[in-house]
Design a protein around this ligand. Structure first.
Ligand code: GAP
Length: 495
């Protein structure tokens, strides 16, 4: 799903540059192979990033599999090549691509036009179709322009200058480019050894439908959940983690009786939107986008995307699809093996319909980062104010749960801080910081979203109490140090 150039976020707030820079500075995300100049479309999760990502995936896994009607699976990334013929990916998983004949720059056709300013789009439209009635509402014009380009790309390509070299009329005709990465199994690189890196995790679930059903003795309706890497050779990667060539998906396929699919589709739509909000994502930065009937993927009867208001505009983070019986029927056809379900109770045999919830772990990760980002005025120890950057993650997502500071490095305070660290560390990720002014130590934790900072001070020496400072309000509680563990675990508990 393409993003729009609309800025739904308040002016002056988060930009992508700020987000990327914080991610690098604080160890959330690094460019892949940075010392060699990086690899386009690939990113590495650093010490804070891997914690946040793991917490996010654990939340999803719990949400999905802590039920009696969903089982988990972890299928191989490499699958039999026929899987991708059956799924339609060999034939249909393509993007239209054009090249500039002069500078050889390569573009995805829709992205090439989408990234033009609305003013430029209007200019092109007037040139291609002088009498075209341009709608006053910008969003409607952008939609209509997109449709026109899709319908008659050559007319627009003929008058567009290449964004890279500036030459006009240099684009090739649009041609299809398959997004699947190819590789070979075994030592011979011939067509018989060709396999693909999976472009989605879903197919590993479909082909295992009967294995899982019979091993777990599930009855329809039931689901299978999986988290794993997927690979797409995107023509143009963009917007940090939004469109990358390697990413992670969290997919759940729910198998239902035909006829009950519409009801289950609504159930899962509601459940998925609630999940993001329950983890703290702001409701006004989430919206539904329904795929128009003529834009539905080849397998879908109905499809909605959950979109998040990123700093660059709205972008899809999860798709909820009614995939009908397309997948199981196709795998039956291509494998020659029956994938029908036998309903013992009603003595009926049928091919189940599938309701899919397909979230990007990487995109959701970026959405949670963007959503958590906040800049606030905060008082300094000297009585002035400064801007504090604070990542307001839901405590269950936060990479570090608590930081422990001795106020000063003497009078036995470091030893007490070490003891507290030893008590807490087996139960949660904690961090002890003894360096710098305490205000600066708070700011460092704010930037990685640590919800609680525990300070050992002179009063601790007298009554064994410590202060617990709350990240969002900056208010402090004073509690007995021996009560810290129950105090904190209660705050990270699943509601
Ligand atoms: N099985 C259905 C499927 O894969 P999709 O809409 O192509 O549907 C699902 O992908 C989710 O995977 C998207 O909502 C997005 O979060 C994530 N995703 C897809 N392509 C991606 C890419 N190139 N980079 C990062 N995430 C991507």
């Amino acid at each position: 799903m393409a993003t729009q150039s609309i800025q739904p976020r308040e002016a002056g707030a988060l930009t992508m540059d700020k987000l990327v820079s914080l991610c690098k500075r604080r160890g959330f995300v690094f460019q892949s192979s940075e010392i060699y100049g990086g690899l386009n479309g690939a990113w590495d999760y650093g010490p804070m990033g891997v914690e946040l990502l793991n917490n996010l995936k654990a939340e999803w896994w719990r949400e999905m599999t802590f039920r009696d009607n969903i089982e988990g699976i972890d299928a191989a990334i490499l699958m039999h090549p026929k899987v991708w013929e059956a799924s339609g990916h060999v034939e249909n998983f393509t993007d239209p691509m054009v090249d500039c004949r002069t500078c050889k720059a390569r573009y995805r056709l829709d992205v090439l036009f989408e990234e033009l300013s609305v003013k430029k789009q209007k200019e092109l439209m007037r040139q291609v179709e002088p009498g075209f009635p341009i709608p006053a509402e910008e969003e409607r014009f952008v939609d209509e322009f997109k449709k026109k380009v899709e319908h008659e790309p050559q007319k627009f390509l003929a008058i567009l200058s290449c964004p890279n070299c500036g030459n006009k009329s240099t684009f090739t005709d649009a041609r299809k480019f398959n997004l699947m990465f190819k590789t070979f199994v075994g030592p011979l690189e011939d067509s018989g050894a060709l396999v693909y890196l999976r472009p989605e995790t879903a197919q590993g679930i479909f082909v295992n439908f009967l294995n899982v059903q019979s091993a777990s003795r599930q009855k329809i309706p039931f689901g299978i959940a999986q988290i794993g890497k997927a690979f797409r050779n995107e023509i143009n990667t963009k917007n940090f983690l939004f469109r990358t060539r390697e990413f992670e998906q969290m997919e759940m396929q729910f198998f239902v009786k035909p006829g009950s699919d519409v009801e289950w589709f609504e159930y899962w739509r509601e459940a998925r939107m609630k999940w993001f909000q329950a983890l703290g994502m702001r409701a006004d930065r989430l919206r539904w986008h329904r795929h128009e009937p003529d834009k539905l993927a080849h397998y879908a009867k109905d499809a909605y995307d959950i979109e998040y208001a990123f700093p660059f505009g709205w972008g899809e983070i999860e798709g909820v699809h009614n995939r009908t019986d397309f997948d199981l029927s196709r795998h039956e056809q291509f494998s020659g093996k029956s994938l029908k379900y036998f309903d013992e109770q009603n003595k009926e045999k049928y091919t189940p319909f599938i309701i899919e919830t397909s979230a990007g772990a990487s995109r959701s990760f970026m959405a949670f980062l963007a959503d958590a980002y906040s800049e606030e005025a905060a008082p300094t120890a000297e009585g002035s104010t400064e801007t504090r950057v604070v990542m307001k993650f839901n405590p269950r997502l936060a990479p570090i749960k608590a930081a422990i500071f001795p106020l000063v490095n003497r009078d036995g305070m470091p030893e007490i801080a070490e003891r507290i660290e030893r008590d807490l560390r087996p139960r949660m990720r904690v961090f002890r910081d003894e360096s710098g002014a305490v205000g600066r130590r708070y700011r460092r934790q704010d930037e990685i979203g640590t919800p609680y900072c525990i300070t050992v001070d002179s009063q601790t020496l007298q009554d064994q109490t410590v202060t617990v400072r709350h990240r969002d309000t900056m208010l402090q509680d004073r509690i007995a140090s021996e009560k810290l563990l129950p105090y904190l675990t209660e705050r990270f508990a699943v509601p």
